[in-house]
Design a protein around this ligand. Structure first.
Ligand code: SF4
Length: 172
């Protein structure tokens, strides 16, 4: 596996996909079909374009003053094998790892390949976007059903532990 399918070029300096300045990997392909999805062009499993994984890693290694990397899409967990070496390179560079997924944390745990990627993630924003639960006041998530999960703490305590970044949404 030397290629990843992307919906857009990797970007730097995002301030809306997690805390601090972040690199974002825009994956292509999603099967969730959430009503009201803002990125329908990312759904086609054969859409977007393929990119060398090595080029993505080079992009990460050339990046400066970034605090983290965010896996977005599309559905990142459809390409765990391609994303693992990318995430490993980011961790080696000292970046924290956020991932957005339409799967729930529990669903990811049950799938060996998807969990293999989750093992490298610090914070997971999980669950499908539900239009009826949309709230534009929410930070880092689109609908109230979604959770911002501290994956490392959840693993350690064997239960879902919400990230402190979810607390800002508690009053909504
Ligand atoms: S998971 Fe995200 S990209 Fe996929 S359909 Fe839902 S909102 Fe759109």
């Amino acid at each position: 596996m030397h290629k990843i399918r992307l919906s857009g070029k990797c970007t730097r300096d995002s301030t809306v996909d997690g805390p601090g300045l972040r690199i974002v990997i825009w994956t292509q392909g999603c099967l969730h079909n959430c009503k009201g999805c803002h990125n329908p062009h990312t759904h086609d499993l054969n859409g977007g374009f393929t990119e060398d994984i090595d080029k993505v890693i080079e992009f990460i290694n050339q990046s400066k003053i970034q605090r983290g990397i965010t896996l977005s899409g599309g559905e990142p967990f459809l390409q765990p094998e391609a994303l693992i070496p990318i995430v490993k390179a980011a961790i080696e560079k000292g970046l924290n790892v956020w991932a957005f997924s339409g799967y729930t944390y529990e669903q990811l745990l049950k799938d060996e390949n998807k969990k293999a990627l989750l093992d490298y993630v610090d914070v997971l924003v999980d669950g499908p976007f539900i239009l009826e639960q949309k709230d534009e006041r929410l930070t880092y998530k689109g609908s109230k059903n979604q959770r911002i999960i501290d994956v490392k703490q959840s693993y350690a305590q064997n239960k879902v532990v919400l990230s402190r970044y979810d607390e800002v949404n508690a009053d909504f």
